[in-house]
Design a protein around this ligand. Structure first.
Ligand code: XMP
Length: 335
């Protein structure tokens, strides 16, 4: 168990010794690992670090702005934001197969990142937020094989780039990475966020990905997350929570929660008119390791409020359902 201030001092010295006066680039995803790696490396070498943030248009509501505010404005980190939404949407048009979508998103991500980093002629190092479990995971193969995180973690470097890898979190477990992030001044809520898959909303819009669907899903998802955060936790039988460490709200009481867009229309009534619109499924799970998971027994009042808000506030959605499937046999994501 590390003493964080000592750990930071040691890690900073090690990074400085490793890179000297070289330039370093890092692909910022908005996730915890790459964020903590960026904050740590910035602490060590300041402006020798340039972060490249590829916005693939499949992020959560306001996430791009949040990342830029946190790094560029508050921490003074050099960040280049690349708005690649049109490019990603273009390549995803007409593609419905989940693994195909993952491949395309991963491939485009590397392409955009390389094109931009190629312009930073002096970069000699590629920094990554690889953590200890990634090192283990990449040695084996899970259900999704190497596609898990491969595009922003252990994917290997393109030949022509000739960059050396800088991976300052390689020996840390997730909880240590979070503590390190807080000690480096990252906001608690950011560091304790639920995990978000690299392909983002691309695997939460079933079948073909369309910008209109992503916009609807972002708003529905934001309402769900806001209500989970705002609803105080109460014990409900059937849940798996750590009784020594009681959560404050339902966001903390769940391991992962999100909305899924179903490209299916169903009939509804609103005012004196008939509607024929899309369906959103809510998914919330509790798990230790994400290999198995229970669906979260959320209070009915919370589910009711989320459903009312989504249907009233997100025109285009007229039905909300709750996913009550465990893993196994279902997976956490729908694709
Ligand atoms: P499943 O759906 O396999 O998800 O039960 C287990 C965990 O892995 C995440 N996940 C992914 N993360 N790229 C990622 O970076 C992916 O392609 C991917 N697929 C699933 C999922 O969000 C959950 O935390």
């Amino acid at each position: 168990d590390w003493n964080m201030p000592d750990y930071i001092t040691e890690a900073v010295e090690k990074i400085r010794a490793q890179v000297g006066t070289d330039e370093v680039i890092l692909g910022l995803s908005g996730g915890v690992d790459s964020s903590v790696a960026a904050a740590l490396i910035h602490r060590a070498i300041g402006d020798q670090l340039t972060c490249v943030f590829v916005d693939h248009g499949l992020l959560r509501l306001d996430e791009g702005k949040m990342v830029m505010d946190m790094f560029a404005k508050n921490l003074g980190v050099k960040v280049i934001r690349i708005d690649a939404e049109d490019q990603f949407m273009g390549h995803l048009a007409g593609v419905a197969d989940p693994e195909q979508k993952r491949k395309i998103i991963g491939r485009e991500f590397v392409e955009v990142f390389n094109a931009e980093s190629g312009k930073l002629v002096n970069a000699k190092w590629l920094a990554q937020g690889t953590i200890y479990p990634d090192v283990i995971e990449s040695a084996g193969k899970g259900k999704k094989g190497q596609t898990i995180k491969s595009h922003h973690n252990v994917g290997g470097l393109p030949e022509h780039m000739k960059l050396s890898l800088l991976e300052p979190l390689r020996e840390l477990f997730k909880d240590e990475v979070r503590k390190l992030g807080v000690a480096l001044g990252l906001p608690h809520d950011m560091v304790y966020r639920h995990p978000f898959p690299g392909p983002g909303l691309g695997v939460r819009i079933l079948g073909e990905v369309k910008k209109d669907f992503a916009d609807l899903l972002r708003r529905a998802d934001a309402i769900f997350i806001e209500e989970l955060r705002n609803t105080p936790y109460e014990f409900i039988a059937g849940q798996a929570v750590d009784s020594d460490n009681l959560p404050k709200n339902w966001y903390e009481a769940t391991s992962q929660a999100f909305a899924v867009f179903l490209p299916v229309k169903s009939v509804g009534v609103m005012g004196d008119g008939r509607t024929y619109e899309y369906v959103v499924a809510l998914r919330a799970v509790q798990t230790q390791d994400f290999m198995t998971a229970h669906w979260a027994h959320l209070p009915h009042a919370l589910l009711g409020k989320v459903s009312n808000r989504i249907i009233n506030e997100v025109r285009g959605i007229n039905r909300v359902v709750y996913d009550i499937s465990g893993k196994p046999p279902a997976t956490i994501e729908w694709e």
